[in-house]
Design a binder for this molecule. Sequence first.
Ligand code: B12
Length: 210
Amino acid sequence: MENFTPITESLIQGDIEKLTGLVQTALDQGASAGKLLNDVLIPGMDVVGERMESGDMFIAEVLMSARAMGVAVEKLKPLLGDGESASAGKVIIGTVKGDLHDIGKNLVSMMMGSAGFEVIDLGVDIGPENFVAAIKEQNASVVGLSALLTTTMPMMKQTVDAICESGLRDQVKIIVGGAPVNQSFADEIGADGYAADAGAASKLAKSYRN
Ligand code: B12
């Protein structure tokens, strides 16, 4: 096993109490919040993403790590100077209209947040017009659509079409995901990308940065 710092280890284990205690100690000893985030916590979440993709971590474990990361990020947020917390970009995410499943979407949302994106999670049952309004309002560069039902997959196409009709298509990368969705469906409806899990989704969004 790789040689992780105790902070990274408690993050991977999803041990919120231990993680927040260790982060506090590091801060008390003079560590910078930005360094902790960028050099310790985010690389830790990258490990979680890799283990998820390779099947070495179960969803429940990933959720625990993601929650622990969320708590640590909340703790560091007020201490981060503007320069240190430069956002990787804005991501709008939501489950499409007619679909109420949100566990996977929340996971993607958390992983992207951990990767430094500013994530605006619209929630579930989101109509095409709401996605369009949010992209416009937030000036987002990536939009993620989630669907878990075969019956709501056509709503993904309607959402992509609405984004095209709104004239915002050139401004955003559209990525899709959810158990019934795959790469060829993404291609068929004119999305930019598909990712099978939260780790891959975050990687995909990062690949659009440059
Ligand atoms: C939990 C669950 C529910 C819960 C949802 C609770 C919640 N808050 O989400 C409840 C009980 C409410 C529910 C309701 C229904 N459900 Co349901 N549900 C499930 C179940 C068991 C698990 C889904 C889940 O959370 N998986 C775990 C997460 C982590 O995985 P995930 O969602 O796939 O997400 C990952 C990836 O897909 C990807 N991803 C997800 N979103 C996105 C987005 C982007 C942008 C990207 C890049 C990636 C990405 O990353 C995620 C993390 O790795 C599935 C079965 C299954 N095995 O999928 C059925 C399932 C999806 N449900 C099903 C059905 C039929 C229903 C109902 C119609 C049942 C009914 N008769 O009322 C209703 C529909 C309600 C509605 N309108 O949406 C069927 C769908 C069948 C089909 N082919 O369409 C399934 C497959 C069960 C089955 N085998 O019959 N359900």
